[in-house]
Design a binder for this molecule. Structure first.
Ligand code: ZN
Length: 188
């Protein structure tokens, strides 16, 4: 089922996700719905907060993107990115590393707002997958950026928090408009 993606101004986007203790049928359903929702929205990642659940759960799939490369390392060896997609990360722990790199980002909760964001180039990830197995990998390029963006969501952090002051000024009007529209619809 395709779920509604909540927009900026919805309080759930600022909530830290609770740890998932068990892969219940409800969680399995949510994972399946989130994958469907991400594909329908043509996103490369979606966090549980974006569909109204403050949980440590995110899904990613960079395979449809052909113009922004990703790298993947598993067991210390380079691995095929697309074979590893889609990715379901439950209770992820990440260690970003490498040089800061600036790159364009958007977010399904901020339609039509794009900005360059600076993040470490690479990331080390440890998480549980949809089968309850522990997965560990290192990612670079777009996949690294997407993982860092999604894990931020799980902690209530949004990409606008990571914009430079100049970049944020450029989109400030759009951000405030979006926030007001969301709050008006929610009557908050
Ligand atoms: Zn986002």
């Amino acid at each position: 089922m395709v779920l509604e993606v909540v927009k900026y101004g919805h309080p759930v986007l600022r909530k830290k996700g609770a740890k998932i203790e068990k892969l219940t049928p409800e969680i399995r359903n949510l994972i399946s719905d989130m994958l469907e929702t991400m594909r329908a929205a043509h996103g490369v990642g979606l966090a549980a907060q974006q569909v109204g659940h403050a949980l440590q759960l995110t899904v990613l799939d960079v395979s449809p993107v052909t113009d922004r490369p990703s790298t993947l390392e598993r067991d210390g060896k380079p691995a095929e990115v697309n074979e590893f997609m889609p990715l379901v990360l439950i209770n992820p722990e990440i260690k970003p590393y490498g040089e800061m790199q600036s790159g364009p980002e958007g977010c399904l909760s901020f339609p039509e707002i794009f900005s360059d964001i600076s993040r470490p180039s690479d990331v080390e990830v440890k998480a549980m997958n949809e089968n309850g197995e522990i997965v560990e990998f290192k990612a670079g390029g777009l996949l690294s950026r997407a993982v860092q963006h999604e894990v931020d969501h799980l902690n209530g952090i949004l990409f606008i928090d990571r914009m430079s002051r100049a970049a944020k000024e450029e989109v400030q009007v759009d951000i405030l408009e979006l926030q007001a529209k969301t709050k008006a619809a929610l009557k908050i």
